[in-house]
Every structure is written in structure tokens, then in C-alpha cells.
Design a protein around this ligand. Structure first.
Ligand code: SAM
Length: 279
């Protein structure tokens, strides 16, 4: 496992320093790596895609638990130390490293070798939320997730109706999956130490999304309503006939943060049944 001392040695011996732009905060606490691997529940039957393996802290934990791992790292300067750290698993074929930007990856070909995947990652914080939402929408083979993200982003992803931080990411994630917090992560398990707290988020894709085939409609209504978060729905969704609120049994004077997932589903179903929704 990679300790703080080993990570420093690796960086020094390869003449590297962590890139802030790429969100490089390396896990240097073997106990936290164990916790993530246990939370993910991976074993030799699991195919894992790790986004941003860095120097391999988590990669090693996943491989030692027996998982078949595909790790996608954008920073080519990290590849020599990453290959050094994970050599035995690269040689055995248990680990594949892809040097690519996860935002431009040909996911279909990467995921072709297995019908179901787990995502396990200490995500670069600046891309975490949109990446999770885009991959849930576009890659149905990504079924189970354990990701480390900035505390605020994680709390927002799992928030329920009525909470101050319930918003677009909470509702769009819930369209595809159920999510919960799976633990806090203090800054001192990283090198360098970030200025923010982190959390583990566990995400399980639903067998079917809440409105199959209707994500675009759903997202459009949710984004439009939360675009004017403080306004009553009848104002933020003023392009809709007021009859949709009756059909959906939703109070038109409610604000978007008051609507549960079931409420959103009924509202969007009512919108879909209109001949020409949202203008
Ligand atoms: N998994 C390692 C660990 O826990 O120590 C490193 C985590 S670090 C927070 C994020 C990693 O993601 C870095 O290695 C960084 O280079 C990589 N990364 C950043 N943006 C990326 C992108 N667009 N595609 C692939 N990897 C990326």
C-alpha cells in the first residue's frame, strides 16, 4: 500500500510534483484505501473502472481484492510511477492502464469486455458531478459506484426534497440511481492536503430509470424549475398550462426544492402528455 513516505519517494524519484489543475491529491492512508475497497464490495468477479488512478493507491487496493481493473489516467507523466507500483498486476493482466482523458474516452470500447462494471474513484473534484451525471445517462453498464468527492458536491448528490442543498444534481441522479453517503474523508489522508473535506458516495443504478426513455424531458423540466429556485413552480414553469399541475396533483405555488422524486415524475408525465410542452 502507498504510504505518505512512499508517495513522496515516488514523486521525487520521477521528478514530479502534484498538478493542482488535474486535481491531484493522492491517497496516502492505507486504512482509507481499505475502507473504500470494502465499501465498493469488489472481489474477483468484479470488473472495475477506476477514473484517475494517480500513483496507484486505490488501484493496488482494488487489485489486491481480486478485481479486474481498468484504470484511466490523463496525466502521462504519472504513468511510469503508476506502472512501477502496479507492475505485478499489469504483468498478470489483471490491470489495464489507459492513458486518456476520461471526458473524451471511447467508453463503449473500454466497457465492451464485461456486461456490468463498478466505478471506484477518487475523482478530480472539478469534474466530479457532471462526469457522474453524464456517465449515468450514457453508460448503462456502469452499475455500482463508490466515489470520493468534495463534501458539498457529495451532499448535494444525495440530498432529499426539503433540504437547502437539494437541487438539479440530486434530482437528475435520482432519475437513474439511488445514492447515499458512505463516510467522511478528512483532508489529512491526502498528499498534498486539500483545503476541503471529502465524502464517499455510494451509487447504485436502478434496474430501470424512473421514466424510461424520457430523461431529456425530465432534465429539461427540472433544470427550468431549479433555474429560478426561489420562484413558485407556476412562475418558473410559466410556459406550461396550469392544467399540468392539476393533472400531476402538484401545488403550483410550491418551490422546486419541495418536490420529491415521485412529484417530479408525475409532473413530467403530465408535461409529456401535453401536445406541445414548455413552449
Ligand atoms: N486515485 C488516486 C488516489 O486516490 O491517490 C489519484 C486521485 S486524484 C484526486 C485525481 C486523479 O485523476 C489524478 O491522478 C489526475 O491526474 C486524474 N485526472 C484528472 N482529470 C482527469 C481526466 N479528465 N481524465 C482522467 N484522469 C484525470
Amino acid at each position: 500500500m502507498l504510504t505518505r513516505t512512499r508517495i513522496r519517494e515516488l514523486l521525487d524519484s520521477h521528478g514530479l510534483s502534484p498538478s493542482r489543475a488535474l486535481g491531484q491529491n493522492f491517497l496516502c492512508d492505507p486504512a482509507m484505501v481499505d475502507k473504500i475497497v470494502r465499501t465498493a464490495g469488489v472481489d474477483s468477479s468484479t470488473s472495475v473502472v477506476e477514473i484517475g488512478p494517480g500513483l496507484g493507491s486505490l488501484t493496488l487496493g482494488l487489485c489486491r481484492a481480486g478485481a479486474k481493473v481498468t484504470a484511466v489516467e490523463v496525466d502521462r507523466y504519472l504513468l511510469p510511477p503508476l506502472r512501477e507500483v502496479t507492475a505485478e498486476f499489469l504483468e498478470s493482466g489483471q490491470l489495464t492502464i489507459i492513458n486518456a482523458d476520461v471526458l473524451e474516452l471511447d467508453w463503449s470500447s473500454v466497457l465492451a469486455s464485461s456486461p456490468a462494471w463498478s466505478v471506484v474513484a477518487n475523482l478530480p473534484y472539478n469534474i466530479a458531478t457532471p462526469l457522474i451525471l453524464d456517465l449515468l445517462a450514457d453508460q448503462p453498464a456502469l452499475e455500482q459506484w463508490v466515489v470520493m468527492v468534495q463534501r458539498e458536491a457529495g451532499e448535494r448528490l444525495v440530498a432529499d426534497a426539503g433540504s437547502r442543498i437539494y437541487g438539479i444534481p440530486s434530482v437528475l441522479l435520482a432519475f437513474w440511481a439511488e445514492a447515499r453517503l458512505a463516510g467522511s474523508v478528512p483532508p489529512d489522508v491526502f498528499l498534498p492536503r486539500p483545503n476541503v473535506d471529502s465524502v464517499l458516495v455510494k451509487v447504485a443504478r436502478r434496474p430501470t430509470p424512473v421514466l424510461p426513455g424520457e430523461f431529456d424531458h425530465f432534465a429539461r423540466v427540472v433544470r427550468t424549475a431549479f433555474g429560478q429556485r426561489r420562484k413558485m413552480l407556476r412562475r418558473s414553469l410559466s410556459a406550461l398550462p396550469t392544467s399540468v399541475f392539476d393533472v400531476a396533483a402538484i401545488d403550483p405555488t410550491a418551490r422546486p426544492e419541495q418536490l420529491s422524486l415521485d412529484d417530479w415524475v408525475r409532473l413530467v408525465q403530465a408535461v409529456i402528455s401535453l401536445p406541445d410542452e414548455l413552449g
